[in-house]
Design a protein around this ligand. Sequence first.
Ligand code: BTN
Length: 257
Amino acid sequence: MKEIREFIKGEIGKNIIFLDNVGSTNTYAMELAGKGAPHGTVVITEWQTGGRGRMGRTWISPSGGNLYMSVILQPSIPAEDATLLTLLAGVACCRALRSGSGLPVEIKWPNDLLISGRKVGGILTEIKTKAGGIRFAVVGIGINVNVGTESFPEEVRTIATSLKAETSREQSVELLAAAILNEMDYWHNIMTGGGREKLLGEWRKMASLFGKAVDVVQGDKVLTGIAGDIDERGFLLLRLSSGAIIKVGAGDLTVWK
Ligand code: BTN
C-alpha cells in the first residue's frame, strides 16, 4: 500500500495514513481533521469493521483488495456548495477508473459509480461547517476492486459489481488510489480557482441520468420525475409530471426500468 506515495503529484495524498483495519475511514478522518490534520490528508485501510454508506447504510468492507479511503479537504467554498465535493470526487473516480480499466464507468447523481447499471463504488461526503463556510470536509470513497461478486450479500448481488468481475483480472488498488487522488487534486484546484463550470461540464459528460424517469426518495417522501441537468451547486433539476422543475439537493435515486 505504501507505494501509493511514489505516484502522488499534488497536495492531496502527500500525507497518507495507512491502517490495517479501522471502523470507518470517514469517522477516523473526521476525528483527525477535527484535531487539525491538514488539507489533503488521506486515510486508507485494507478493510473496515463499520464501513458507512449514505443514508445511514452499511458499506460492506471485506479485506481482499478493495479500496476504502477518505480524503480531508479544506475548500474555500460556502457550505451550501458541499454537493460539489461529491461531484468532484465522482469525476475524479470516474476518470481514474475509465483510464485504468477502460470500462464505461458512469456517475449516477449524486454519488454512485456504475458499470452497465451496476454499482462499483460510492462516495460519502461529510462536512464540518464554520461561520460562512466549510471548516473541513471528508470525502470517503469505496470501490469494489478485487472482490468476487459471490462474496456480496444475496440482496446486492444483482445490483453491484467489481472491477475484477467486469474485467476478469485483478487490478492494482494502489495505482487506482493514486490516480483518484491526483485527479481530485487537479479538479479541486480547478474548482477553487474559478473553474466550477469546467468541473460541472466534466461531470455532465460522465452522468448517466439525463432524460430518465426516476424516483427520488427523501426520508418518507418520494418525488417522481424526469432527471434533467444539474445547477451551479450540483443540485439535480427534476421535472415533475405537473411540468414544474424542482431542485433536489439530496436523496436516493432509482431509475425506472
Ligand atoms: C454510498 O454509496 O453509500 C457511499 C459509500 C462510501 C463508502 C466509503 S468506504 C471509505 C469511506 N469510509 C466509510 O465508512 N465510508 C466511505
